[in-house]
Design a protein around this ligand. Structure first.
Ligand code: KIV
Length: 271
């Protein structure tokens, strides 16, 4: 029996509490009930229904084709079996193009069992974060490499190097001011991830943003060593290679996030 079976469910206010107590948060993506049970029973704090499902489940080259209906379906599959982890669902590409669309999509995701929605970027999205938060919809922001911007970015690349780091720093302040409760930082130099985390009033979750973030997230398929059909990013570690079973791999990931041994320098970007 897992040691987590009787532990209390994580709540949105519990995120700030974890940070205040210096407890690192372990997050993984998940898309179905079978894996959700294993993640939940083995200590994962947050589960993300990522629109990465477009790439790792549906086989697309990007996250752009994912629909709100896809997200609602996978959210409901996972929500049905969760006991403890906090469930976050992505607003897919275009679903946050206007405040009204974002509200409609968020309501569907919350009714399917999500407890928080995640949206990418700042700029005009700041008003949308405010609009959702005022309507009691908890929001996770996502900065740095924002995969829904792949066409404008010209590929999946490290962001925030050199002077560009100031922009990400400013965006991090803005999303917190707009009311986001959590901030995902993707693919940026570790010193920038550390500086944002030090200055941020809300917890940060890194993916390729160094070990100083308040928590870490990986795509489930990546941490289980599955071939995504794409070049494996530097920040990905295959925990199944050492673990021997999916449950053991998840336990190893959670332990490494909690004790700060993941990510190490091998899985991070220098300046
Ligand atoms: O969609 C996703 O899986 C994500 C993570 C990469 C953070 O947004």
């Amino acid at each position: 029996m897992s040691t987590y079976a009787d532990s209390k469910p994580l709540t949105v206010p519990g995120l700030a509490q974890a940070r205040a107590e210096g407890r690192k948060l372990a997050m993984l993506t998940c898309y179905d009930a079978g894996f959700a049970r294993t993640l939940d029973a083995n200590g994962v704090d947050l589960i993300l229904i990522g629109d990465s499902l477009g790439m790792v489940v549906q086989g697309h080259d990007s996250t752009l084709p994912v629909t709100v209906a896809d997200m609602v379906y996978h959210t409901s599959c996972v929500a049905r079996v969760l006991r403890r982890a906090l469930l976050v669902a992505d607003l897919p590409f275009g679903a946050d193009a206007t405040a009204e669309r974002a509200l409609e999509a968020s309501l569907q995701l919350l009714k399917a069992g999500a407890q928080m929605v995640k949206l990418e970027g700042a700029g005009f999205k700041l008003d949308i974060i405010r609009f959702l938060v005022e309507r009691d919809i908890p929001v996770c922001a996502h900065l740095g490499l924002t995969p829904q911007s792949v066409l404008t970015l010209g590929g999946f690349r490290v962001q925030g190097r050199g002077d560009a780091g100031q922009l990400v720093l400013q965006q991090a302040r803005q999303v917190a001011e707009a009311g986001a409760s959590l901030l995902v930082l993707e693919c940026m130099p570790s010193p920038l991830g550390a500086q944002i985390t030090a200055e941020s009033p809300i917890p940060t979750i890194g993916i390729g943003a160094g070990g100083q973030c308040d928590g870490q997230v990986l795509v489930l398929h990546d941490m289980l060593g599955l071939d995504s059909g794409h070049r494996r990013p530097k920040f990905v570690k295959d925990f199944l290679a050492e673990g021997g079973s999916v449950a053991a791999a998840v336990q190893a990931y959670v332990a490494a996030v909690r004790d700060g041994s993941f990510p190490d320098a091998e899985h991070a970007y220098a300046s």
